[in-house]
Structure formats: C-alpha cells, structure tokens
Design a protein around this ligand. Sequence first.
Ligand code: IDP
Ligand code: MG
Length: 132
Amino acid sequence: MIKPDAVEANNTGKIIDMIIDAGFSIKAMKLTHLTKGEAETFYAVHKERPFYGELVDYMTSGPIVAAILEKSNAVEDFRKLIGATDPAEAAEGTIRKQFAESKAKNAVHGSDSDENAEIESNFHFSEREIVG
Ligand code: IDP
Ligand code: MG
C-alpha cells in the first residue's frame, strides 16, 4: 500500500517508479479509501499495541493505493526497498527514507511474509482484478 500521507503529498507516481525500477511487476492496483472496519481488520495483528488506534485513524485519514507486486524474493526485496519502519533508521535510497514523515506516517506498507502477502492481496482484490 501507498499510505495516506504519501498519496496526499502527491508522491504516488514517484513511489510507483521506484517500485518498477527495482524490478517489481504490478499484478493489480487501485486507489481506495479504507473504512474504519477495513483498517481494523487489516491491522488486527497489532490490536494490542499502544499505537493501534492512531494507526487505524491514520490509515483511514485519506485515500491509499493498494497493489499486488510480483518478483522473485518479493517480500524480502520489497522490505529492503521500503526501508525500516522509522524513516530515521531507514537506509539511504529507500522509499521511507525519501518519503516517510515519521514512524507512524511512513508512506508505504509491505507484507512481511509470503503467507501474509496472500492474505493481504485477497483482502484488497478479488481474483478477477488480478492480471495474469
Ligand atoms: P512495518 O510497516 O515496517 O511492517 P509494523 O511494526 O508492522 O511496521 O507496524 C505497522 C505500522 O504501524 C507501521 O508501518 C506504522 O505505520 C505504524 N507504527 C509502527 N510502530 C509505531 C509507533 O511506535 N508509533 C506509531 N505508529 C507505529
Ligand atoms: Mg508489519
């Protein structure tokens, strides 16, 4: 996902360019606005964390871009491309280093495992919206 802060700041195109330049292909993509219930479900794994309420408010504060990306070793390579959760710790050349405002408003989401990538893909897209 490209998160609300990055969409609002008109960084969507630049972020998609970086993703394509890094060798990912786009299998599905859409602009959407998560409801509170959708954001709560998507981030349910974090519901005991102190920042959960803030995270749900942020993720529903404006439109997001959801995408399914394909590449060999995609999960690990995408996490490398986006950088650390906190942009202060993100490596030079990463998306979060360049575009994240803070640890909370950190521009992009990436799945953390192949299993979660499948769950998150199915959360955002139906089968007929996925190319190939
Ligand atoms: P990740 O997005 O790098 O996988 P997670 O630890 O899974 O990081 O956290 C999910 C999201 O929750 C982060 O991307 C960020 O938007 C938000 N978040 C994480 N830690 C904090 C925090 O300490 N304060 C506020 N928001 C946070
Ligand atoms: Mg995570």
